[in-house]
Design a binder for this molecule. Structure first.
Ligand SMILES: *Cc1c(COP(=O)(O)O)cnc(C)c1O
Length: 382
């Protein structure tokens, strides 16, 4: 591979050199004082990112494993739960709930929209849900859900837990777990934490830990109390993902100096610059409530998103994501998380414009693209 391949997806994300260096360090055994110190340092830092007094645990699995753990550790077969489904990841919550025999009700939200708080309120008031599930950012549509407002509604029922998938948000959007009264929060390594896929993070509120004691769903690998007890001894319940935790620690050490504000600032700048650029190209933002962590671009009917995406991949070595299911071919998703420079974003937007000119000359011309790119550079202070 001679050309630099640009990974502009909302996870996995490009890794900074200091992460690559951490990953290449020699292996050490996980039952050593050296690793114990690394682990406890990492877990302490994670509490600052989650903004919680509760322990944050690392699970050696992709984000979905921690989603499953959230359910197994707090609920029992037959429990009534409500899932906010506004895209593919909301569907995943509901599939896991159904798999484990929960009595699963769904609010179907039009893809790209935030949940209607009035509908949520009436469902919560008229049912005895043991838990409500949502994404912070629904990555399949680039949509942010109003988590703080949702939490206030859900908390009117003291029996109901609020279980939140923050996998594509935690570390790049402020989600103060304790202040917002969130009961279970799940995060993942390959998104804002900018390390490889394979590690997830999870924290439970005091109330959720109380629910653990009565939860009857079977759990072994994902038994979070076993993990918590092991963590108290600066160990993990099973073999530790030493390299991933070392890389995560390197990121958190950098962040502790700046409170991960740098990543928040990057995402805010990149998403607003991307939004203005695509409007200038004659395209639009798909979401009614766009997340700063990625931008979903809505293409006009006349443009084939799959063709555009493969053109970017094959000709320009830039990977972006398309849409899934009902959005197949209709949207392009560009990630703003991880080690992406301003220049990378400019190259991506420019190379998104080039095939539009080539394949759809009536839609865009070169001088419009030039103008868009020069304004984008200005917005990015380049
Ligand atoms: C990436 C992602 C996941 C988890 O996916 P894994 O492939 O299991 O790591 C879950 N939810 C959201 C919102 C995501 O963006």
């Amino acid at each position: 591979m001679n050309l630099k391949h640009l990974l502009m997806t909302p996870g996995p994300v490009p890794l900074p050199d200091f992460v690559l260096n951490a990953l290449s360090e020699p292996m050490i055994h996980h039952r050593t004082p050296e690793f114990s110190n690394l682990l406890s340092n990492t877990l302490n830092h994670l509490k600052l990112v989650f903004k919680t007094k509760q322990p944050v645990m690392c699970v050696s699995s992709t984000g979905t494993g921690a989603m499953e753990a959230a359910i197994l550790n707090t609920l029992s077969p037959g429990d009534s739960v409500l899932v906010v489904v506004s895209g593919k990841f909301g569907e995943r919550w509901s599939k896991i709930c159904e798999t484990f025999g929960l009595n699963t009700q769904v609010i179907n939200v039009t893809w790209g929209e935030p949940v209607d708080l009035k509908s949520l309120e009436s469902l919560v008031n008229n049912n005895k849900f043991k838990a409500v599930f949502s994404q912070v950012c629904e990555t399949s549509t680039g949509t942010l859900q109003p988590i703080q407002e949702m939490s206030k509604i859900i908390k009117t029922n003291p029996e109901c837990l609020f279980i939140v998938d923050a996998i594509s948000a935690m570390g790049a959007i402020d989600i103060p777990m304790d202040e917002w009264n969130l009961d279970v929060v799940v995060a993942g390594s390959q998104k804002a934490f900018m390390i490889p896929t394979g590690l997830s993070m999870i924290a439970l509120s005091e109330k959720a830990w109380g629910r653990y004691e009565i939860s009857k769903l079977p759990k072994f690998y994902f038994d979070l109390k076993a993990e918590k007890l092991a963590n108290e001894k600066k160990q993990t319940a099973f073999s530790s993902s030493v390299s991933l935790i070392r890389a995560l620690n390197a990121v958190l050490e950098k962040w502790s100096l700046k409170d991960f504000k740098e990543q928040i600032v990057q995402c805010t700048l990149y998403s607003s610059a991307t939004q203005s650029a695509i409007l200038q190209l004659g395209l639009s933002v798909f979401s009614q409530s766009p997340s700063t962590t990625l931008t979903a671009i809505l293409l006009p009917e006349s443009i084939d998103g799959q063709k555009l995406r493969s053109h970017l991949e094959e000709k320009h070595k830039i990977t972006v994501m398309g849409g899934q299911d009902q959005l197949k071919g209709k949207i392009i998703r560009i990630g703003h998380l991880g080690y992406i420079t301003k220049e990378d974003l400019v190259v991506t937007i420019n190379n998104l414009g080039l095939p539009l000119i080539e394949l759809y000359p009536d839609f865009l011309n070169q001088s419009q693209l030039d103008q868009c790119v020069s304004e984008l550079k200005k917005n990015l202070d380049l």
